[in-house]
Design a protein around this ligand. Structure first.
Ligand code: SER
Length: 743
């Protein structure tokens, strides 16, 4: 059975059991301060577990793109060294939101594995939570009894909190779990040591394939557990491991999920896979990492120097370095794997094929630039060696750290090159330098978030901001957030006109009147689906209702910029071609910034055409057509532009400015007719990354002001040109200023 059929069989099985099949959420998360990447299938359903939101259907199943390279679930160091961990992997899952619980979850998992997929029962082990004194939790008798009715008792093992109590992070929904493990060893090996002894012992052939989590609790900040309003099921099965088991392989990398990639790497490097340990590891690392890189770029995250972007950059460098050191791949090669990968996922993740050209270019440029720094780093190492001049045989920790920090040299690479030169590296010193930097960034970024103080039940926040800018409301809950710089308050209302930053549009500012006193709202943010007002101050007691009021003039400027962004997007598509896709945007009050895929600098003529087209559409005074709750399929059929890496629900909002010109899926706020935008001017066109251009533009008052300033400069210049003597004096003046400054 090939990997594709296995995936389909899983989904069909749960569809037959009344589950709705949903799409994978993007792998890069945008509105979750606790996570940068999706690390489990349940992330997108977190609010259903916590009772923050009601699920439309109570049973769903999917395959979720996950990445485990940071935070609580981090497998990076194992990847490639072993044969069954990955950075990016697919998690097959089925969920019950307050519907079925342990009994059905257990029975169906067993039926799927042993009947549908025909895995041998005697090779499967199941585990049950043994309980935990610290958390005052008892042995999971209920799960044990269900398992006992279908599995021999000697195949049921109990496990501790580490293995059998699943938590997404330090806080959040959690619960006891039952894992299913498979023993893939030979009969002879099994005769010598029973599989039961090897479960959870990091044996590469006795591995966990499925985790059935019974969500019952919410872990809060003080570490205690609170029961959830309802009980839920969250299961996650490692797709790549399942394929290994069904295909009778001994390594995930021997399945048809990875072999096409491995074979390509083998042929590029001229080394066969399966011949030498170090080269095999390098091939596995590369085959694994390219998937993480490609899926993240496809979902909108470019490699960069901070946060999620830096994670991608590090993974990419790791792959390049393995190729460089162990496979002698000294020129860019990673990007050539995208063709294979995009074909492989055509049926389930077409976003790779859809953005193939862009992903390839971005990776190639990153590879080129890292290969250059790699060369420079090697030169720096030569210098270091020379400075040591035979007096010492150790590269000090600070220097090794500089190589790591500035040149992207992992410590093991420095150590490897050092040993070739009969030198050592002071690894303790390196760790110290690293720790120093971590402490610096930690103390700069450390944020303390207190638990919510809940004043009202219910979490369904009603957003009124499309229709009004002011409302009375009740405070649902609030909490204190402190970082090094200041103490802030996050406040949730039962209804609000405040737009929370999303889709590129900045969050609203304004005020909330509480107990008759005015409190300033400095920003509005989203956390999953909660709308959070950020205040500098907040009273200790809240009496009665509050009055929430958006800063209307700021919002008006933002709306002009948002509508102008849609017009700009459409005009760019018209002028440059359909390959133009939005890759990011910032819709602020003072300017708009629009990033899009296009492979060359825009010519003056193109820029002039785009600007003229947008201004013509503004003058045509096209009315806004806003439709809410449109089924997503219907919206897409009408040609509405959707963005890669955005998570859309089943029902979407469509913003249209002339059906033949601009139709977009959008949650933002817009002007009622285009003439309100006023003037539109482009002030900058530049490159952000390979194949991605950025336009910065102004509208309304800001555009007028900019034009006025430019005119003033022109007038003064003209004036100066009429009086050459003044011009000379002016230049001399400037020169003197410059001299003063340089002194
Ligand atoms: N949340 C569990 C896991 O990630 C099951 O889906 O293992």
């Amino acid at each position: 059975m090939d990997a594709k059929s296995i995936r389909h069989k899983f989904l069909n099985f749960f569809q037959d059991k009344g589950h709705t099949i949903v799409a994978s959420a993007p792998i890069v998360l945008k509105h979750d301060p606790t996570l940068m990447f999706t690390n489990a299938g349940m992330n997108q359903f977190k609010d259903f577990f916590l009772g923050n939101k009601k699920a439309e259907v109570s049973r769903v199943a999917d395959t979720q793109k996950c990445l485990r390279v940071s935070g609580k679930h981090n497998d990076l160091e194992e990847v490639g060294i072993d044969t069954y961990h990955h950075t990016m992997f697919e998690m097959l899952g089925n969920w019950s939101f307050g519907d079925y619980f342990k009994k059905d979850a257990i029975a169906w998992a067993w039926e799927l594995l042993t009947v549908t997929f025909g895995l041998p029962k005697d090779r499967l082990y199941v585990t049950v939570f043994e309980g935990d004194d610290g958390d005052r939790l008892a042995f999971d008798q209920e799960a044990f009894d269900f398992w006992k009715s279908i599995v021999d008792e000697d195949k049921i093992l109990s496990g501790n909190k580490k293995d059998n109590f699943w938590e997404m992070g330090d806080t959040g929904p959690c619960g006891p779990c039952s894992e299913i493990h498979i023993d893939l060893r030979s009969e002879e090996e099994i005769k010598q040591t029973s599989g039961a002894e090897l479960v959870n012992q990091d044996h590469p052939l006795v591995v966990e394939i499925w985790n059935l989590v019974f969500m019952q609790y919410n872990r809060i900040k003080d570490g205690s557990l609170q029961p959830l309003p309802n009980k839920h099921v969250d299961t996650g099965m490692g797709f790549e491991r399942l394929v290994m088991a069904i295909q009778g392989k001994k390594s995930n990398y021997d399945t048809d999920v990875f072999q096409p990639l491995i074979q390509h790497i083998a042929s590029l490097s001229g080394h066969a896979y399966g011949k030498a340990k170090e080269q095999d590891i390098a091939m596995r690392v590369i085959a694994d990492h390219i998937r993480a890189i490609a899926f993240c770029i496809a979902d909108g995250q470019l490699p960069s120097n901070n946060k999620a972007g830096y994670v991608i950059r590090r993974i990419l460098r790791r792959a390049v370095r393995y190729g460089y050191t162990f496979l002698d791949l000294k020129t860019p090669f990673l990007h050539s794997l995208i063709e294979i990968l995009s074909q492989q996922y055509l049926d389930v993740f077409p976003e790779l094929e859809g953005q193939k050209v862009l992903i390839t270019r971005v990776i190639k440029e990153e590879e080129q630039s890292f290969l250059r720094t790699l060369e420079n780093g090697l030169k720096r190492l030569d210098q270091v060696k020379e400075n040591l001049g035979g007096k010492s045989d150790t590269i000090d920790g600070e220097t090794a750290f500089e190589l790591y920090d500035t040149f992207g040299f992992p410590l093991d690479l420095t150590a490897l090159i050092a040993s070739e030169n009969h030198l050592k590296v002071d690894e303790g010193g390196f760790d110290k330098a690293m720790q120093k930097q971590k402490d610096r960034s930690k103390s700069a970024a450390k944020t303390e978030t207190s638990d919510w103080v809940v004043l009202e039940d219910g979490n369904d926040v009603e957003f009124l901001g499309y229709d009004s800018l002011e409302t009375t409301a009740a405070v649902v809950k609030y909490r204190e957030v402190t970082n090094k710089k200041q103490k802030l308050f996050q406040v949730v209302l039962d209804k609000t006109p405040f737009y929370a930053e999303s889709g590129g549009q900045v969050g609203d500012q304004g005020s909330i009147d509480i107990n008759g006193k005015r409190y300033k709202v400095i920003d509005t943010q989203k956390e999953n689906d909660l709308i959070i007002h950020i205040l500098i101050d907040f009273p200790e007691v809240v009496t009665g209702f509050v009055l929430a009021k958006v800063d209307a003039s700021r919002r008006q400027s933002v709306m002009k910029n948002h509508s102008a962004t849609h017009l700009l997007h459409a005009a760019l598509k018209e002028t440059l071609g359909d390959h133009v896709q939005q890759r990011g945007s910032l819709v602020a009050a003072d300017e708009l910034r629009f990033d899009f895929s296009h492979f060359a600098k825009l010519t003056d003529d193109e820029l002039a055409a785009v600007k003229a087209r947008v201004n013509a559409q503004i003058r045509a005074n096209i009315p806004l057509k806003e439709t809410r709750n449109v089924p997503i399929a219907e919206a897409k059929e009408k040609g509405a532009t959707a963005l890669f890496g955005e998570k859309y629900g089943d029902f979407v909002r469509v913003i249209t400015f002339d059906e033949d010109f601009s139709v977009e899926l959008c949650g933002g706020t817009h002007v009622q007719q285009t003439a309100t935008i006023g003037n539109f001017i482009l002030i900058q066109e530049s490159s952000v990354a390979a194949g991605i251009r950025r336009i910065v533009a102004l509208t309304g008052d800001k555009a007028d002001q900019y034009i006025k300033e430019q005119l003033n400069i022109l007038t003064s210049l003209k004036q100066l040109l009429k009086q050459p003597k003044d011009l000379v004096l002016a230049v001399q003046g400037l020169q003197e200023e410059k001299n003063k400054l340089s002194k």
